[in-house]
Design a binder for this molecule. Structure first.
Ligand code: ZN
Length: 192
C-alpha cells in the first residue's frame, strides 16, 4: 500500500505537505476507497494504533526526516511539516521525538475520513444520474452489475463505470461517487 521512499529527488521533496489540507489530499490519493471504508469502520483508537507502524511510519520516513543532502529550503519545508503534524509553530523547538509525532495527526486524518467518506451512507434517491457528487463534486458514475468481462474491466479502469459485483437486488444503487463512495438509487417520482 505504501512505498518507502529513500530517493532524494526534488519531486519527493515537493510532496512534503506544509498544511493539513495538503497532507489530507496526499493521503486521500494514497488510500483507495475500499481502504477508507475499512478505516472508518474502526474506532479512532484502533485506527491510530493499527496505522502506527503503517501510515505513521510512512509519514515519519517521508515527511519528517529531511534527506542528508537537503538544502536550507528543503529543511525548512520538513520543519514546517513537522509543525503542522504536531500543531506547533515552525520556530518552536522540536520537543517530541519524531517517532511519536504522527499519532495525534493520524487521529485528525481519521476525523477527516469520517467526515469525507460516504461509502456507508444510505443511497440518495434521484430521478436521473446526478452530474456531480453533492459531497465532493466528483463526477458521478453508473454502477454496472454482473461478472465483469474484459470490456467492463477496461471501462472501469478508464473511470467510466463502477463495478457493482454480481448480486443485484431492487435496492442496489444505480450510480456512485468514485471518490467518497456516496451511492444514488434511481427512483420514479409520480407527479400529478
Ligand atoms: Zn463524492
Amino acid at each position: 500500500m505504501y512505498t518507502e521512499n529513500n530517493t532524494q529527488s526534488q519531486d519527493i521533496v515537493c510532496k512534503v505537505p506544509v498544511t493539513e489540507e495538503e497532507a489530507f489530499k496526499i493521503l486521500d490519493e494514497i488510500f483507495t476507497l475500499e481502504e477508507k471504508r475499512m478505516a472508518i469502520e474502526e474506532t479512532k483508537e484502533e485506527f491510530t494504533a493499527n496505522e502506527h507502524f503503517e501510515l505513521g511510519m510512512w509519514i515519519r520516513n517521508n515527511w519528517i526526516y529531511p534527506p542528508e543532502d537537503a538544502n536550507n529550503d528543503t529543511v525548512e519545508r520538513y520543519m514546517k511539516c513537522y509543525a503542522m503534524l504536531t500543531g506547533t509553530k515552525p520556530d518552536e523547538p522540536m520537543l517530541e521525538h519524531p517517532d511519536s509525532v504522527s499519532g495525534e495527526f493520524l487521529g485528525r486524518y481519521y476525523d477527516h475520513l469520517k467526515e469525507s467518506v460516504h461509502v456507508n451512507d444510505p443511497a440518495i434517491p434521484v430521478r436521473r444520474k446526478p452530474v456531480k457528487c453533492p459531497h465532493c463534486g466528483s463526477k458521478v458514475l453508473r454502477i454496472q452489475y454482473g461478472y465483469p468481462g474484459h470490456e467492463m474491466m477496461e471501462a472501469a479502469e478508464r473511470g467510466e463505470i463502477l463495478l457493482g459485483g454480481c448480486c443485484i437486488s431492487p435496492d442496489s444503487p444505480d450510480y456512485g461517487c468514485p471518490t467518497c463512495g456516496q451511492s444514488f438509487i434511481k427512483t420514479v417520482f409520480y407527479d400529478r
